[in-house]
Each structure stands twice: as structure tokens, then as C-alpha cells.
Design a protein around this ligand. Structure first.
Ligand code: PLP
Length: 347
């Protein structure tokens, strides 16, 4: 991803909401990155405590969090994100001088202001009204790239993401707001963008692990997925061609995102051997809190899945699955743990 950012002429500001891990952040930034992106203040504090600097908090900042952001800014350098006049007024009223990005909606319709909306300049004026805080630029996230299913569509969405963000920055600059930063990026758009001219940085995150949904839409291959949940066979139901494992909704998550991929529904995850090789057609098709029901269209290989056997389950959505776990056990295959990497949790 560092090489892609370089080729596209932008800085990489990896989003650490997926991994929430200093060790992974070290790998993601090793080849050159400009700061990091986080989605919670718990992540910001965790990474700041481990020496990371220049942290972008890329979720709209609630006014009640401004004191904490100010403290983190003094410690590590923070940029915050807003998309309303009300939030901008809270920022301006605060005694701290914040660096502020304005969130732009380039088609995802989750948050953000349309580039041509008069609200854009209203927010910028409100941010700078007291002369302390500054508009540092714009941010957009093309989350709707997750609806695309081929490289061409993702490249088209990447272009809409780029063009919308650049347009918004130009409007701000024309009105006298310096706005040096144009921040774009999701894993699909970062992977398939052809041109990012005018953007200054991109913020992909889930590419660090990949998952079954990303493999389904083509940003990685199943064999690239770097995250699995280790589970144990605890029951056999031969009459139902089913095996029960001790990993259910909490260990795997209830994410069903692969359901949206035509012909690619993988239940709650793909069952693999201990080395991470998928057992063909074997998936977790039902979960309760601590149970996973493993089934297949073909007869299950019961003999190679005795009670007590260990399996690995590849997740639909790495960010959500990882969030339930305290640490990563780093393996090169099998069960031998080479390192234990901690991660942060909570908000
Ligand atoms: N930027 C923002 C604001 C996000 O919300 C996300 C993910 O949700 C990302 C970047 C990273 O995108 P991805 O998870 O596709 O790598």
C-alpha cells in the first residue's frame, strides 16, 4: 500500500481501526507513512502512548470529546473531523486551537457535506470564527466502494471520491481557507484508484489483514487473509452433516457481509485447517453466543474433524472480528505462537 500511495503521488496515513495494534501499526508505517488514522480516542491514546504522532481522528468529533482531543493534541498532534456548524461552533468556542478537517460526502451518504453545499463555507467560517482553530482541509471516505464488485466500478468510485474532495478543497481555498489537506481512501478505492491528483493522502485500513468480504470483491485473495479465529471441534451431528465448534457470535462476530456478494455467501466464516488452508466448501452456517455450526453442501470430513480437533475460521469482516479479542497470536502456521501482539479496545 505504501508503494501504491507513492505511485499515486499521495502520502499513506494508514487507518488503524482494523488492527488497533502497535505491532501492526509498526509494519504499516515501516516503509514510510505520514501519520496514522484512528476511529476512537481510545485508539488515539493507545498509539500516542506508544510514540505515534500526527494522529487523525476520522470520526465526527462530539463536542463533549473536545477536552480529550485537546489533551491528545498537546501530547501527540491531533486532527479532528466535523461536518456541521453546531460542531464547528463548539470547536471555535473551546480555548484550544484545533486542526480541523471538514468531512465531505462523495457518495457514501453516511456523513459529510456535499462539495457544492453552502454549508461547507458556513462550517469553515464557524471553525475559524474565534481566530484559534484552523480548517486544515477536507476528508472523505467512499464507503460505497463496498457496493462495487469489479475493478472498473471501484476505479470509478475512487475518481468520484477524489474529484469531490478536491472540489471541496478548491471552494474552501477560493474563500480564503488555507485547507492544505485532501484526505481520501478506503481499501477498495486505494487499491483501484488510477489517479489521485489533488489529493494529499489516503487512509486504507482493512488491507492490512484482508477478509472474506474483501476477497469477495477482489481487493485481496483468500490466501492473503492474515487473520483467523482458532477454534476447537466440540460436537458431531452426523445425521445433520454438521460439526459444532466453540467459536460463535462473540468470537467470529455476526457480520454477514459476504451475503451481499452474488454466489459468495460464506455464512459466518470459512473453516480452514491449522495452517489456514480452507476445507473446500466448509463454512460456519449458524452461530449462537459461543457455538458455531459448521456445515457443507458435500459430506463433511468427520474423520479429520474429531472432537478436540483445532480449526481456523477466516472472518467475513476482519475489523469486527478482531474487536472481540484481547491479543493477536502470531503464527507462521500450525499452533506454535511466535509472538503475542497486544491491541487496544473500547472507546
Ligand atoms: N477512513 C474512514 C473515515 C473510514 O471510516 C474507514 C473505514 O471504515 C477507512 C478510512 C478505511 O477503509 P477500509 O476499511 O476500506 O480500509
Amino acid at each position: 500500500m505504501t508503494a501504491r500511495a507513492e505511485a499515486l503521488g499521495v502520502a499513506l496515513r494508514p487507518h488503524l481501526k482494523t488492527a488497533k495494534s502497535v505491532a501492526v501499526a509498526g509494519l504499516a508505517t515501516a516503509a514510510g507513512a505520514k501519520g496514522i488514522t484512528v476511529s476512537t480516542l481510545a485508539e488515539a491514546a493507545y498509539f500516542a502512548g506508544h510514540g505515534f504522532r500526527d494522529i487523525l481522528y476520522a470520526v465526527g468529533c462530539a463536542p463533549a470529546k473536545l477536552d480529550d482531543v485537546a489533551a491528545l493534541d498537546r501530547r501527540a498532534g491531533m486532527t479532528l473531523l466535523i461536518d456541521s456548524v453546531v460542531a464547528a461552533e463548539a470547536v471555535a468556542a473551546h480555548p484550544h486551537a484545533y486542526r480541523v478537517l471538514i468531512e465531505i460526502d462523495t457518495g457514501d451518504h453516511r456523513c459529510g457535506i456535499a462539495p457544492d453545499s453552502p454549508e461547507l463555507l458556513a462550517v469553515a467560517r464557524a471553525v475559524e470564527a474565534s481566530g484559534r482553530s484552523r480548517v486544515a482541509g477536507v476528508l472523505t471516505h467512499a464507503g460505497h466502494s463496498y457496493d462495487a464488485r469489479d475493478a472498473e466500478s471501484m476505479a470509478r468510485i475512487a475518481e468520484a471520491e477524489r474529484a469531490g474532495a478536491v472540489r471541496a478543497a478548491e471552494i474552501l481555498r477560493a474563500a480564503g481557507f488555507e485547507s492544505p489537506v485532501v484526505s481520501v481512501g478506503s481499501t477498495p478505492t486505494a487499491t483501484f484508484a488510477r489517479n489521485l491528483s489533488g489529493a494529499t493522502e489516503m487512509r486504507p485500513g482493512v488491507y492490512m489483514f484482508g477478509d472474506l468480504f474483501q476477497a469477495g470483491i477482489g481487493t485481496c485473495r483468500v490466501e492473503d487473509i492474515a487473520l483467523s479465529v482458532l477454534a476447537t471441534v466440540i460436537g458431531h451431528r452426523p445425521a445433520e452433516n454438521a460439526v459444532v465448534i466453540d467459536a460463535g457470535a462473540l468470537a467470529l462476530s455476526k457480520d454477514r457481509s459476504t451475503e451481499a456478494i452474488a454466489g459468495g455467501d460464506l455464512g459466518y466464516g470459512v473453516v480452514c485447517d491449522l495452517d489456514g488452508r480452507p476445507l473446500p466448501g466448509v463454512i460456519v452456517s449458524r452461530v449462537s453466543q459461543e457455538h458455531g455450526r459448521v456445515t457443507s453442501r458435500d459430506p463433511l470430513p468427520f474423520a479429520s474433524l474429531p472432537i478436540g480437533a483445532r480449526v481456523r475460521v477466516l472472518p467475513n469482516h476482519a475489523c469486527i472480528t478482531a474487536a472481540a479479542h484481547d491479543v493477536y497470536h502470531v503464527v507462521a502456521g500450525g499452533l506454535s505462537v511466535e509472538s503475542v501482539w497486544d491491541r487496544c479496545r473500547g472507546w
